[in-house]
Design a protein around this ligand. Structure first.
Ligand code: C5P
Length: 212
């Protein structure tokens, strides 16, 4: 049984609020990222917070420890409940993100393996497994692993165990189905297949039911 997270990669406040409001009651969290925040500013978090579900900032943080901490301060100060970071900058950068998240009462998820074909160049295989071990050692709350390669997500689950969460993108537009990964993960992340649907609420409802 997996939660449903909406990847709200639309541009502008009006469209973001339209989709989020339409999906009321069908979502467990909203993931925001650069497309939306660069078009609206972080104030969008307050607008979306009216829906009373957690907002997770997918900024794929990848910098030195001090900069990572400063990014976390802004994200949690704006009202986000969680942040998504990269791990490839090393254990000190990752620790800074995890610690700053926890200091602000938030959660930190770590990208281990990405969902698109190009992930196979770097963000997969042994590298992904090393980053999963690093995420666990850093005390991260969970990892991001691909619905498009469920066997890889299953492998990453064996590395992190059951005490950490896995959120899994790739369902819908990237071709994966909820049924492919729901037994390995705590949440599926769906973007275009919901926010581009003629009826986003109906689409979200169907994904939510299929993820259960
Ligand atoms: O539209 P779609 O459902 O493909 O959106 C997937 C979302 O998940 C996007 O926001 C993308 O940036 C994000 N994501 C991903 N693969 C990862 C990490 C994040 O697709 N490994």
């Amino acid at each position: 049984m997996a939660d449903l997270l909406l990847a709200l990669d639309v541009k502008g406040k009006a469209e973001a609020v339209r989709v989020a409001t339409a999906c009321t009651g069908e979502l467990d969290a909203i993931k925001i990222g650069y497309p939306l925040v660069l078009s609206t500013g972080l104030e969008i978090v307050k607008d979306l917070a009216k829906s009373e579900i957690p907002i997770i900032a997918d900024f794929k943080v990848a910098d030195i420890p001090n900069t990572n901490s400063l990014i976390c301060e802004e994200v949690f100060g704006a009202g986000c409940a969680g942040i998504i970071t990269h791990a490839f900058c090393g254990s000190d950068s990752l620790a800074a993100c995890v610690d700053a998240s926890h200091d602000h009462g938030g959660v930190c998820f770590v990208v281990c393996e990405m969902s698109h074909p190009g992930a196979l160049d770097f963000l997969s295989g042994e590298n992904a497994e090393r980053m999963a071990r690093m995420a666990k050692a850093a005390g991260a709350d969970g990892i991001i692993a691909p619905a498009t390669r469920p066997e890889r997500t299953a492998t990453l689950r064996t590395i992190i165990g059951s005490s950490m969460k896995i959120y899994s993108p790739g369902v819908g537009a990237q071709g994966a189905q909820p049924e492919d990964v729901k037994k390995y993960v705590d949440g599926i992340i769906v973007g275009r297949a919901i926010y581009e649907a003629a009826d986003p609420k109906a689409a979200a409802h169907e994904f939510r039911v299929r993820a259960r």
